[in-house]
Design a protein around this ligand. Structure first.
Ligand SMILES: Cc1ncc(COP(=O)(O)O)c(C=O)c1O
Length: 425
């Protein structure tokens, strides 16, 4: 047990909460599964509050939040217009066991805004939306297998989770895999399923652990279209992560030039509240009507009101352009900051969701871990292996501070390279 002792410094509030959590929360909330493992203690895990692009932990340490809660923080934590819409709806009721007009307004907005969305399903998590999409695809095609990319994350559910413990092999058996951006491998996966393919699901932005993020190549997208035609599979764009961060409309299909049959959104669409969406073309409407997929909280009106307000503020505040500008500035500035410490780094992905990698790093991303932990100790929240998720609330002053602190963090990396035999200096 962690506690203040006569010999050592008093335990931090975070350490005390962690010790309590380890007694009563399985896996103590999952921090170790987020791959912080090398410098776990550096990262804030017990949050006190958040505002705009600043997160404060229970020890009063404040962080410039470049991780955006892994996606949801789009406009800034506790964005006034979103909070106001949520509060207004809360004064009328939230989970009432019946739908509200807010759901219809939201569905109308989504149908008007996105191609090919003619109808929507509203859920809570990205996993709801992607799992629902596969049901629709299976009803529509009468087929069983679904194909997804290796190292892609689409769901916490058995059909596609990246964690194996407790998942029977049979539950994975209907999920085939291909290599992202590899047309031959996609073709081989369709062959392996004997063309019994209900759906091909891809993300518009792919990133496996300790791999640089990539966007889909035109040749790969063309192969998806060809294979979908060949076996009649439904094309699902999982926009749970890329949504709101790859195109001014919020939908990534317009950014990558894919015309999916179904699109899934989650994470950012309600600026931190739990709303997810699967939307589809009119051709799939009958199949969708035939799918029973219910959740106690799927009709929560407060979250839906927040979602509506998020779309409105996203447009009225030019959030996409702002995030793009910040991301571009960070990418250039971090390369320059690294150069001052004599390091070469690469920033890959999309400006709003990019990952920094360090030249000469080992396969486990040791130097990325050193750098991320050094940034976190200086009050900038980044992840060693996940791209940043920028929010539009980041101020110019915060971006300046990130770049200043990065110079010192890169100097720590340089020192780690000098002292560790694995980097052969
Ligand atoms: C691309 C993608 N799809 C689906 C999901 C699942 O979303 P959720 O964690 O909200 O269930 C995630 C979560 O990280 C994701 O990144």
């Amino acid at each position: 047990m962690l506690a203040a002792s006569a010999e050592g410094p008093p335990a931090s509030a975070s350490a005390l909460l962690q010790a309590r959590a380890e007694r009563v929360i399985a896996g103590a909330g999952g921090r170790s599964q987020l791959h912080f493992y090398r410098f776990l203690a550096a990262y804030p895990w017990w949050a006190e509050s958040a505002e705009g692009a600043t997160l404060t932990d229970v020890d009063g340490r404040s962080f410039i939040d470049l991780m955006g809660s892994y996606g949801p923080n789009l406009l800034g934590h506790r964005h006034p217009l979103v909070e106001q819409a949520a509060a207004q709806q809360r004064s009328r009721g939230d989970s009432m066991g019946a739908q509200t007009e807010v759901a219809v307004e939201l569905a109308e907005l989504l149908c008007a805004r996105f191609d090919p969305i003619d109808w929507v399903f509203l859920g809570k998590n990205g996993s709801d939306a992607t799992s629902y999409a596969l049901r629709v695809a299976r009803v529509a095609t009468g087929r069983s297998h679904v194909l997804i990319a290796e190292a892609s994350y689409h769901t916490a559910h058995d059909w596609g989770t990246i964690f194996e413990a407790g998942v029977p092999e049979q539950h994975r058996g209907l999920t085939g895999r291909f290599t992202y951006n590899d047309a031959d491998s996609l073709r081989a996966a369709v062959d392996a399923a004997d063309e019994d393919v209900a759906a091909i699901m891809i993300t518009p932005f792919h990133q496996g652990y300790f791999q640089n993020p990539v966007l889909p190549s035109e040749a790969f997208l063309e192969e998806i279209r060809r294979q979908a035609r060949r076996c009649g599979a439904v094309v699902v764009l999982d926009d749970v992560r890329g949504g709101m961060r790859m195109h001014p409309s919020g939908g990534s299909s317009a950014a990558i030039g894919l015309e999916p049959d179904l699109v899934c959104f989650g994470k950012a669409v309600a600026n931190g509240r739990a709303v997810s969406v699967c939307g589809g073309s009119g051709a799939l409407r009958e199949a969708a009507d035939g799918v029973g997929y219910l959740g106690t909280f799927f009709a929560s009106a407060v979250a839906q009101a927040a979602c509506l307000a998020t779309f409105r503020a996203f447009d009225s505040e030019g959030a996409f352009a702002r995030m793009m500008a910040i991301g571009s500035r960070l990418a250039v500035g971090l390369v320059e900051a690294a150069a001052t410490a004599g390091l070469t780094v690469e920033v890959t992905g999309f400006p709003t969701m990019a990952l920094l990698s360090i030249d000469g790093d080992d396969g486990g991303g040791y130097l990325s871990h050193v750098w991320a932990a050094a940034m976190v100790r200086r009050g900038v929240l980044v992840h060693p292996a996940q791209p940043w998720y920028l929010c539009a609330a980041l101020t110019d002053g915060q971006v300046d501070a990130v770049l200043e602190r990065a110079v010192e963090a890169f100097a720590e990396v340089d020192a780690a390279m000098a002292t560790s035999s694995r980097f052969g200096r």
